[in-house]
Design a binder for this molecule. Sequence first.
Ligand code: ATP
Ligand code: MG
Length: 401
Amino acid sequence: MRIILYTGKGGVGKTSISAATAVRAAQLGYKTIVLSTDAAHSLADSLDQEIGYNPTQMAENLWAQEIDVNIELKNNYYVIQKFISDYLRRQGFDPIVAEEFAVFPGMEELFSLLKVREYSASGEYDVIIIDCAPTASTVRMLSFPDAIRWYMTKFFHIERKILKTIRPIAERITKMPLPSDAVYFSVEDLYLKIQEMNDILTDGSVTTIRLVINPEKMVIKESQRAYTYLNLFGFKVDSVIANRILPKDLEDSYFKKWLKIQDKHLETAEECFNPLPILRGKLFDEEMVGQALLNRMAEDIFKDIDPTGVLCEDKSMEIIPSGGKYTLRIRCPALKKEQLGVWVKSDELIIRAGSYKRSFILPRTLALVPLTEANFVDGRLEIIFGGDKDERKKGAVQPSL
Ligand SMILES: Nc1ncnc2c1ncn2[C@@H]1O[C@H](COP(=O)(O)OP(=O)(O)OP(=O)(O)O)[C@@H](O)[C@H]1O
Ligand SMILES: [Mg+2]
């Protein structure tokens, strides 16, 4: 089974390319489903066919689904949401506001993504293609499992034990609802589902992410940042798709200027996404809507490559042992030294990069040796465990231990 996620800045062509890939994959004989985690669905517009809340057959081997986030929220989150909104109501919140506040930003997308777990377990499809929301939301959605794991292990289990002993007294004093076992059960169940989903999504032999760009400065910058964060959270990005490239044979001087600009940006993209392949898709002279045109789009982008393949095998993260030292390497091309914090707390490595924080539970081999150094080498963050602390290189990011 293969899972392919498409993300990129708003309007670059994510939905069209997701749908095009699905049409092509189905034609190649793979049983394929395309779905979107973007609540503003546009797959139906792209395929020019109606799509239901359940998998709807579009053609031989091809299904599509526009997930109803409200149903997903109800199925996965009703008990928790009710607890939080009751709590907020008792704090004096307006009931409608309380209900809205009980759903955190990015949650709808996350619940849509949980479908991946369901379809992976059922083995019903060979290929699952996911049209994601623009990059920032996708990164937030994909970093959520890591954050939730942190809260669950550090906070939830301990708190549950305390609550069991203090509930009878606390409820009399505070008049506030305390989470019942049903709430805890629901939280735990959700947590396990999210972990299972995360295991599938971070297995680079199953799931890869593709960044859709247009040859424009801001678009490339945003995708480069997303690439760094996706690497940091352990997702495998296997290619970049540069969409809306102007045809070479334009005679008009106005467009010739644009061609030059695009060429320059494509060169930049080649450099900053190296070693990812950059597949190119031309700007067609019409809107690419409906299966026939989407198939043309897929042919133009993928040529005779199987679009369901893993298009780049390079690892985003690896651990290299050498002479008593271990180097943890993570591809982070868009990060600066000042944006970075690295530290270890018992068996946990914490990396703060810009506004994101990632925590890794270290394998025993690494947890037993001290973190001695962190460097940037060729767009990679290298974190060194073990070795002699006095040998720290000048200019390295000094980890706080
Ligand atoms: N290479 C192309 N040539 C011509 N038209 C294109 C091309 N790529 C996309 N389009 C058109 O551009 C419009 C926007 O594309 P699309 O909806 O796929 O972008 P998106 O990245 O999904 O946008 P959003 O961020 O809003 O979800 C659509 O009308 C689509 O048909
Ligand atoms: Mg879209």
